[in-house]
Design a protein around this ligand. Structure first.
Ligand code: NAD
Length: 536
């Protein structure tokens, strides 16, 4: 006997889920009371199924009705009706009456508490959330939401169902935004904070995000999602979590009030009146054949400095290294460009001051602007105009665009030299304002921090969080793995600086250190987060 799945609601999600389930061999009964919505749903399924080349077999397995049946043999029911608690509760009550008590009862809610939808349902041990992503036919991820009462059998049935649909399941607690909509919040919110602070233009910030590996920048993505839809998600997560770091931005509210909703309204952060706006692609000119005639000295230890030296050696005639701050006075007086990579964690004011006394007056000093406060560091320097700040977050190789600080004291020459240097290494360059965390430090740092908080709050396992963010929103790497690559202590330093400016709500979580705890072979093991460890 073929198993039956009931899908309630044939909108964007219901129709997609029905198509996927029918494709996997289930008999699908779609409940949709609205005749016009039924037609739209049918057309959507036909279109999706014919794209998959299996229209006939998919459609043959689908039945339509306008109400939940009195009795059903279905093994699984998924509701995908509009996001209204009372409506979902009513639908769950009907399904609970119709189905066998062993049948799985699932909701596709994005923002409501699954437990609240299930309250009042007899035998809530069979309830789960099955949070599909839009469009369900294409998106590989399903978040299985476990409520307190969910039985092991129900969880196993949910996993088996998702696997049969050839999707990837992650398991999440019944917390606001589950994994993806929660951990992704800082991508949008911090990007808007950066825009608000005038860090760079929308186009430049999007280019920086793409350069760091995101498939789309935050602004073009919000335009695609719809600013109203994105704002509603932020509001719902914020209302339920109640943490100031997740507060929606006034800028976005204002745009929504003006009807600037993104692509669908023709204007959002970008203007679509004349078709797709051109993307800012920051591709440096091809490197010259000849090596650049400068003496570059890299100060720093560890992998970041090693990688930089290797890249520089291919482009510059004379590359040297100072591996230890203690050996700083051995720096070659011929140095024309000093790059202070440091340890990635400490503010390097003292080292910069020392370099200022050791180097020829015309030498340029480039430093890590994520860790170091440029204004404070240059205050007592004799030649502050030689200092230029840059941002390389983690591995140099994984960042195609680098932010260089348009610091008020940096000379034009220093800025030009730094720009030429990163372009020679094949990187695009964006000049940004001197705001703590710049853009990528602030955004990526806050995402990693949110992921660490999610681990702390037992939202999901570290592995599931990473998997969910890669599959659900196409992050180039899971946020916890990314955090390990950048370093927990480095992110903590960046966020401490951000918090000094933006407030304590943006301070690093004290558990960030765990990202550095497993540096060796166990780096992929789930993070065990003992609460009593020292505050960073
Ligand atoms: P939608 O408005 O496109 O579809 C909802 C459908 O439910 C409509 O066709 C409506 O006629 C039908 N409906 C209304 N009352 C009904 C009832 N009593 N019985 C049966 N059908 C009824 O909405 P959607 O975008 O598909 O969202 C559905 C659910 O999925 C919501 O909970 C939403 O939060 C969630 N979700 C949406 C997305 C997304 O990107 N759209 C992604 C993930 C989850």
């Amino acid at each position: 006997m073929q198993e039956i799945v009931i899908v309630v609601g044939a909108g964007t999600m219901g129709a997609g889920i029905a198509c996927v389930a029918a494709r996997a061999g289930y008999i699908v009964e779609i409940v949709e009371p609205d005749a016009a919505a039924r037609e739209r749903g049918r057309a959507r399924i036909e279109r999706d199924a014919s794209r998959g080349g299996d229209a006939a077999s998919v459609l043959a397995r689908i039945r339509w009705s306008d109400a939940v049946p009195e009795r059903s043999e279905a093994a699984i029911a998924i509701e995908a009706v509009p996001e209204r608690l009372e409506l979902k509760r009513a639908v769950f009550a009907q399904l609970a009456r119709a189905l066998d008590p062993q049948a799985l009862l699932a909701t596709n809610t994005s923002s409501l508490a699954v437990a609240e939808i299930a309250s009042g349902v007899p035998a809530p041990d069979r309830v789960v959330g099955l949070h599909f992503f839009n469009p369900p036919v294409a998106m590989k991820l399903v978040e299985i939401v476990e409520i307190e009462q969910t039985s092991d059998d129900a969880l196993a049935a949910a996993r088996a169902f998702v696997a049969r649909l050839e999707k990837t399941a992650v398991v999440t607690a019944d917390t606001p935004g589950f994994i993806v909509n929660r951990v992704a919040r800082p991508f949008y919110l911090q990007a808007m904070r950066a825009l608000d602070r005038g860090v760079a233009s929308v186009e430049e910030l999007d280019a920086l995000a793409r350069g760091a590996g995101f498939r789309m920048g935050p602004f073009e993505l919000m335009d695609m999602i719809g600013l109203d839809v994105n704002l509603a998600t932020s509001e719902s997560v914020y209302e339920r979590v109640g943490a100031a770091r997740l507060e929606p931005q006034a800028m976005q509210r204002a745009l929504v009030e003006q009807g600037r909703l993104g692509r669908k309204s023709g204007i959002g952060f970008y203007d679509y009146a004349n078709g797709d706006p051109e993307r800012l692609e920051l591709v440096p000119e091809g490197p010259s054949e000849e090596k650049i005639d400068e003496c570059v000295t890299v100060i720093g230890f560890g992998a970041a400095a090693d990688a930089l030296v290797e890249e520089l050696e291919a482009r510059y005639a004379d590359v040297r290294r100072v591996e230890n701050d203690e050996l700083l006075d051995e720096i070659s007086p011929e140095t024309t460009i000093a790059i202070d990579v440091g340890d990635g964690v400490s503010d390097r004011a003292e080292i910069l001051a020392e370099l200022d006394t050791l180097l020829a007056p015309e030498a340029i000093v480039a430093c890590d602007a994520y860790a170091t406060d440029l204004a404070a560091a240059t205050r007592k320097m004799k030649h502050p105009d030689r200092v230029v700040g840059y941002g390389v977050l983690g591995a140099l190789a994984s960042q195609r665009v680098v932010e260089i600080v348009d610091f008020e004291k940096s000379s034009d020459d220093a800025l030009a030299v730094a720009q030429e240097l990163f372009e020679a290494l094949g990187k695009g360059v964006v000049l940004v304002e001197d705001v703590p965390g710049l853009f990528l430090g602030r955004v990526v740092g806050a995402i990693v921090n949110e992921a660490v908080i999610a681990v702390q709050e037992n939202v999901a396992t570290p592995d599931d969080i990473d998997l969910a963010m890669r599959l659900g929103v196409n992050y180039p790497i899971g946020p916890l793995a990314w955090g390990r690559e950048i370093g927990g202590a480095r992110i903590a330093q960046i966020l401490r600086r951000v918090a000094k400016d933006d407030g304590d709500a943006f301070a690093p979580h004290r558990a960030l250190w765990v990202l550095d705890a497993d540096d060796g072979e166990d780096a992929d093991e789930p993070i065990d987060v003992p609460m009593e460890r020292p505050v960073l």
